[in-house]
Design a binder for this molecule. Structure first.
Ligand code: NAP
Length: 247
């Protein structure tokens, strides 16, 4: 099952897992986009809003069996400093990234535990390791995802269910466009003069973690473009600059 499969990393992951032979159930809110990902893969597309408990329940209800959950549903909103923080933006980031993660795992837990080798793969971020000015709301959410992963790994001990957190740096997806409310030029500026990861790069890492033998748990995987050393230190066209933003 891939949550957040209508674009970006989740959509690319669906492609990788399909080629690896998985039978897929994909979820997201934009059904037109989800169908266009699912149809060529012969995957099932089901509406899913991870902020809504009932939506998560109905997404999972028809799935008697789940070997692998990839949770790629997530977002950042804005780039406000704490002094100017917007309550609604912070709340939404926490709802989607943290409570959404919890809801998916909680609901699928029985199916994952009865699978021969259940596996949960969470898409975190290097923003969950390195805070940056203007990132606090998103940093807090992705640090929290890492906290959830750390606790869950211990709770799953003895169940045979694996838990992996993948933490990417800049990936060219719709992430920056969503963050900046559809402002294309602001979103493009994130990747100006550097080569970010492609969604497929992260998807392949997810596919690799999922395809390890069942006794091998890849706990954390951080993956960044060679042009990005930290959340804010990015090499751009001959210069090395601290950009002040953002992964
Ligand atoms: P993206 O292209 O914007 O994809 C985000 C996905 O999450 C979409 O499929 C979106 O689908 C889904 N989603 C958002 N809110 C949702 C909700 N309430 N319920 C269900 N699905 C929801 O961006 P992306 O880069 O692939 O992001 C995937 C993950 O990677 C996120 O967790 C993000 O924080 C993380 N990440 C991204 C980057 C980056 O630079 N791109 C870096 C580090 C980490 P709908 O809108 O159709 O619901």
């Amino acid at each position: 099952m891939v949550a957040g499969a209508s674009s970006g990393i989740g959509a690319a992951t669906a492609g990788v897992l399909s080629r690896a032979g998985y039978s897929l159930v994909l979820g997201a809110r934009r059904m037109d986009r989800l169908h266009s990902v699912a149809a060529p893969l012969g995957a099932k597309a089901i509406p899913l809003d991870v902020t809504d408990r009932d939506s998560v329940a109905s997404f999972c209800v028809d799935v008697p069996k789940c070997d692998l959950l990839v949770n790629s549903a997530g977002c950042a909103l804005g780039l406000s400093e704490v002094a100017d923080a917007d309550d609604a933006e912070w709340r939404w980031m926490y709802e989607v990234n943290v409570l959404g993660t919890m809801r998916m795992i909680r609901t699928l837990s029985p199916a994952l535990k009865t699978a021969p080798a259940g596996h949960v793969i969470l898409v975190g971020s290097i923003a969950g390791y390195q805070p940056y000015a203007g990132g606090a709301g998103y940093n807090a959410a992705k640090f929290a995802v890492r906290g959830v992963a750390g606790a869950l790994r211990q709770e799953l001990l003895g169940t045979g269910v694996r838990l992996t957190e993948i933490a990417p740096g800049h990936v060219r997806t719709e992430f920056a466009l969503v963050r900046f409310g559809g402002d294309r030029s602001r979103a493009d500026a994130v990747y100006a003069g550097m080569t970010p990861l492609a969604a497929e790069d992260v998807a392949e890492a997810i596919g690799w973690a999922a395809s390890r033998p069942s006794h091998v748990n890849v706990d954390h995987l951080r993956i960044q473009s060679v042009d990005q050393a930290t959340t804010t230190l990015v090499h751009r066209e001959g210069s090395q600059e601290s950009t002040g933003a953002w992964s």
